[in-house]
Design a protein around this ligand. Structure first.
Ligand code: GDP
Length: 320
């Protein structure tokens, strides 16, 4: 049983399932795992819908992974969260419930569950330590997603306590990078600003719209750094408590827009659209628990934005 295995947990030679391999995080995990001499398992959505318990159980019984990264989810930015609450709560609860229970029943793999920094209370003291969980009310715009993610953490803890499963949870801060979602209705702030600023530069527009006041602060982690942290945690962490993954540094949305403009070479102005929501005023993670274990983010924000923009230019701009 992996539950009795003390870290380090070995990935070499093992069957490792990346659930959600088509998304931004899953893609980064798959490419990071290619350096680990393991067998990477993925399954297309058309074959296994993770919201369907029977399909998940059957696939796990047939494939028996020994380690699982649960990076699947219905995800999106502030507007998508606010307007599609049923999908955000139902899909995410079903996926984690089916995978956690299925892994326990069918293969007893080590499992790493991915949450989000929006699990913390809207007005949690900054930076937010892992202990801030459930100490206050949630940010209303993404409470549905947050509740599903909190349920996921608690499922992992409950299966560890009752059945001895080696299930751990990581809480990443806001992410960006290659393979991000650039659909402006569903996207997060970084891809939205990249797409809008690029379009403005191409068309010679004088201004770009930025939602909200520009005053909220966000901590942004390059997705390849996240993938590296997750592999590190899979190998070296085996405890009930969830663990924050971030950079420890945040930036205002207005400063982020200015940095995106510099990366793209846009010289116009930004107009702040204050009838759009600001969301949480700030959600900076305290990353000391992860730093104490020996991991730190490597990619600074400007470099990460340059790489994200290069991917956007090569894969999205001009292709639609
Ligand atoms: P959040 O961290 O859950 O609030 O997710 P987002 O990445 O969607 O939004 C972060 C902040 O960026 C919020 O204050 C938004 O109002 C702001 N923002 C500014 N312009 C945009 C935009 O075009 N799209 C999105 N998604 N957010 C924007």
């Amino acid at each position: 049983m992996p539950s009795s295995t003390e870290p380090p947990f070995r990935l070499e030679g093992r069957k490792v399932w990346v659930a959600g391999h088509g998304g931004m995080v899953g893609t980064a995990i798959v490419s990071r795992l290619e350096r680990e001499s393991c067998t990477i398992l993925t399954v297309p959505h058309a074959e296994v819908d993770l919201r369907n318990q029977a399909q998940v159980e059957d696939w796990l019984a047939a494939n028996k992974p020994e380690a699982v990264f649960l990076a699947a989810g219905t995800v999106g930015g502030i507007h998508a969260n606010d307007t599609r609450p049923a999908e955000f709560i139902y899909d995410n609860i079903m996926m984690v419930a089916n995978v956690v229970n299925g892994v326990w029943r069918q293969c007893q793999a080590k499992l790493l569950y991915l949450g989000s920094s929006c699990i913390y209370p809207r007005l949690a003291p900054q930076p937010m330590t892992e202990e801030a969980l459930l100490s206050g009310g949630l940010e209303p715009t993404n409470q549905w997603y947050a509740l599903a993610k909190i349920s996921g953490i608690k499922l992992c803890q409950a299966y560890r306590r009752q059945y001895g499963c080696d299930f751990i949870s990581a809480m990443p801060t806001n992410l960006y990078g290659p393979h991000d979602n650039y659909d402006l209705e569903a996207s997060h702030v970084v891809p939205a600003l990249i797409a809008k600023t690029h379009a403005a530069r191409e068309s010679g527009a004088e201004s770009v719209e930025v939602w909200g006041t520009g005053k909220p602060k966000r901590e942004l982690l390059y997705v390849e750094d996240l993938a590296d942290a997750l592999v590190f945690l899979m190998k070296s962490y085996s405890q009930e408590g969830h663990i924050n993954v971030g950079t420890g540094v945040d930036v205002t949305i207005a400063d982020l827009a200015a940095l995106v403009a510099r990366v793209i070479g846009f010289e116009g102005r930004f107009d702040f659209v204050t009838d759009k929501p600001d969301g949480a005023p700030r959600k900076l993670l305290d990353v000391s628990r992860l730093s104490d274990l020996g991991w730190r983010a490597q990619t600074d924000l400007e470099e990460g934005l340059r790489r994200a923009y290069a991917w956007y230019r090569d894969n999205v701009a001009g292709t639609t």
